[in-house]
Design a protein around this ligand. Structure first.
Ligand SMILES: Cc1cc2nc3c(=O)[nH]c(=O)nc-3n(C[C@H](O)[C@H](O)[C@H](O)COP(=O)(O)O)c2cc1C
Length: 403
């Protein structure tokens, strides 16, 4: 038996997402060969491969300036919209900085994207990564925990404008008066509005996500690290979503948040080959870029009072994948990776956000070689716990894609 309290959850198949390479340089800051493009044509083909390989989501990145191995970047919301228009089933999650958008403008933009894509638009609210992007634009760079105060208000505005008419909200950062957005988002069964993902690791991030996000995204973590993160989010969700705390009084009761985890996948025929590839990635790291990133993101979690934020405990090797993707250890043969993935399901992961060296080839290989094993293991796990894995509504992983 497993240590899962909520057995019903075991009937729900894991979901899979990939990082959209909309910035140059790939997902590792290394001179190792990466056959990954950042242009739209590459990404259009990748998105089609992904939706035919069992992937349900794609996540774009928001960056505005050359930094740390990414010299060029495409803007996240426009790129997401174009990917939605180029696909049929993929849900595309656009990365958003609250400090750079008014939530009403974004809410309207996403409704339009949602209609163009027949209900497949989503957002990932990120509270700020690189200080210079804000200060060099002349925008205010709030102190770490204060960024999450603004983020919480921002998400409440989004949800309010997506679900209510004549919506009003007054707060420290936003004041909305009697606003109705028409059309409303597409009415998709099982979804109250475009899904709101949220990325961050610090104590303030966990608390905010617990109170207002639909999905909490974590940087890569080992099993123990992820358990700690979940506990923080669940504690905040428990306080507020039961309606006891003040912060969410205006919101209808929200379902419990769900959990996504980042992991960099290195699947090879043998474990040795996979480990050798990891060693090569790290040996060929672009050292000044990794070090520069490390210094810059001290503005993130390490700057908080308890020092618990994202990257606070990341080594040089970890940061070669700048979202700590090696820590999740999706490295080895397809069987080993599938087993590892299901270990995380047992402790509460609902979705894996994945990165690769060679996206097109490896996303297809993930669908072909790893996903079928994951589904078998999930089915076994469900049966052992007295339930059945329900694959209806889950994208198939074996659809032929034209080259
Ligand atoms: C899955 C995920 C995706 C993220 N994507 C971005 C991004 O595209 N742009 C960005 O500036 N920050 C991104 N971040 C980082 C956040 O902006 C922020 O720096 C981080 O969540 C701070 O964490 P902290 O609260 O632990 O300090 C992402 C974080 C996660 C977990």
């Amino acid at each position: 038996m497993t240590d899962i309290s909520n057995v019903a959850r075991l009937s729900e198949p894991l979901k899979f997402a990939y990082w959209v390479p909309n910035v140059s340089g790939g997902l590792v800051v290394s001179t190792i060969e990466q056959r990954t493009g950042w242009d739209f044509d590459y990404n259009k083909k990748l998105a089609r491969i992904a939706e035919n390989s069992g992937f349900e989501y794609a996540l774009t990145q928001t960056r505005y300036a050359a930094s740390y191995g990414a010299d060029k970047q495409h803007e996240a919301t426009s790129f997401s919209l174009a990917l939605l228009a180029a696909t049929e089933r993929l849900k595309v999650i656009a990365a958003i900085h609250p400090g750079m958008w008014h939530p009403g403008v974004l809410a309207k933009f996403i409704i339009t994207a949602d209609h163009i894509s027949n209900g497949r638009a989503a957002v990932n609210i990120v509270s700020g990564w690189l200080k210079n992007e804000f200060t060099n634009f002349g925008l205010e760079w709030l102190e770490h925990d204060e960024r999450y105060v603004r983020t919480e208000e921002f998400i409440k505005v989004l949800r309010g404008l997506w679900t209510e008419t004549e919506y009003s909200q007054s707060g420290k950062y936003y004041n909305i008066t009697d606003f109705t957005l028409q059309p409303a988002p597409v009415d998709v069964p099982g979804r109250a509005h475009p899904e709101i993902f949220f990325g961050g690791n610090s104590t303030a991030a966990q608390a905010t996500a617990g109170r207002v996000a639909d999905w909490y995204f974590s940087n890569g973590k080992d099993l123990e690290g992820f358990k700690e993160n979940i506990a923080g989010v669940v504690a905040a969700a428990g306080e507020t979503r039961r309606g006891t705390a003040g912060a969410l009084e205006a919101l209808p009761s929200l379902p419990a948040p769900r959990f996504g985890l980042n992991g960099f996948v290195i699947a090879r025929d043998s474990e040795k080959e996979a480990r050798d590839t990891l060693r090569e990635i790290v040996a060929k790291a672009h050292k000044p870029a990794v070090q520069g990133f490390r210094d810059a993101v001290q503005e993130a979690g390490a700057s908080t009072k308890d020092g618990k934020g994202m990257w606070a405990d990341s080594s040089f090797e970890d940061l070669v994948q700048y979202n700590d993707g090696f820590k999740t250890q999706l490295i080895g043969t397809p069987e080993q990776i599938a087993e590892r993935i299901v270990e995380y399901k047992k402790i509460g992961v609902n979705l894996f956000l994945t990165g690769y060296l060679h996206f097109q080839e490896e996303v297809a290989a993930f669908g072909q070689d790893i996903l079928p094993i994951v589904r078998e293991l999930e089915a076994d796990l469900a049966r052992t716990n007295g339930t059945e894995l329900d694959l209806s509504g889950t994208p198939a992983a074996n659809v032929e894609v034209a080259a």
